[in-house]
Design a protein around this ligand. Structure first.
Ligand code: BTN
Length: 243
């Protein structure tokens, strides 16, 4: 699939821009909206995404999939895996905190926000990823959860353009596979990178907080939690809290 980039010096949020303008994007291409800074970057659960200028990657991948597409909720995990696989090639050891945070050394370096617009026979996907690339300790302190950047973890500055281009190519390849085979090719690869495997976690699924052992991924990308009564509970979505 062809990839077209639209770049902004400053924008409220690349996801918000994509949602407002997706009707004008070519339907058979991936349009990637990027920005040097976001003034109203958004995270999951209405959180803010701290988006200082000129140091990180803020990118939203827009494309269409047929309606219905099987295992659609797992697509955001594929994006996290695209990044994680690139970091592994750089000699790093990322983990994926289910569903789609990428961590280094137990701290978050990347998050994914997937939004969808349903049309007649297609779904417009708006898949935003934020990556803390060269973010400084001072900026990281503004984030209320443990977070780090590639620069801090590796002691060198990263070329954001090079990393973004690699991510675009890797994700485009993974997307083609997802369209043909669904989540199956990614299931075990992502499960192998799962953070907190075998540990007790708290997971808020939007309604209640589940407590159990982080066990495995289902073939559709749901999180299997081993409950104290010995049963497995598959969670469709959620937010893992460690304390
Ligand atoms: C999360 O972990 O809560 C998801 C964070 C997603 C942040 C990215 S940055 C690019 C895109 N634009 C946004 O406003 N959010 C996503």
């Amino acid at each position: 699939m062809e990839i077209t980039e639209i770049h902004f010096d400053s924008i409220d949020s690349t996801n918000t821009y994509a949602k407002k303008n997706s009707a004008s994007f070519p339907p058979d291409e991936i349009t990637v909206i990027t920005a040097e800074e976001q003034t109203a970057g958004r995270g999951r659960y209405q959180r803010k995404w701290i988006s200082p200028k000129g140091v990180n990657i803020y990118a939203t991948f827009c494309f269409q999939l047929p309606f219905p597409t099987k295992q659609l909720p797992s697509l955001a995990q594929v994006m996290s895996y695209s990044l994680a696989s690139l970091l592994i090639e750089e000699g790093l050891t990322p983990k994926i905190k289910w569903p789609n945070d990428v961590q280094l050394g137990g701290k978050k370096i990347s998050g994914v926000l997937c939004e969808t617009l349903f049309q007649n026979d297609s779904i417009q996907i708006i898949l935003g990823i934020g990556i803390n690339v060269n973010m400084t300790e001072a900026d990281l302190k503004k984030i209320d959860k443990p977070a780090t950047s590639l620069e801090i973890e590796t002691n060198h500055t990263w070329d954001r353009q090079v990393l973004l281009k690699k991510l675009e190519m890797r994700f485009a390849t993974h997307l083609e596979r997802f369209k043909k085979e669904g989540f199956a090719p990614f299931h075990h690869r992502i499960e192998n990178l799962l953070a907190y495997k075998g540990e007790t976690i708290h997971c808020f699924d939007g309604k209640k907080i589940w407590v159990g052992i982080c066990h495995s991924l289902t073939s559709e990308g749901l999180l299997n939690l081993a409950l104290p009564d010995g049963t497995l509970q598959a969670l469709h979505s959620g937010d893992i809290q460690i304390d």
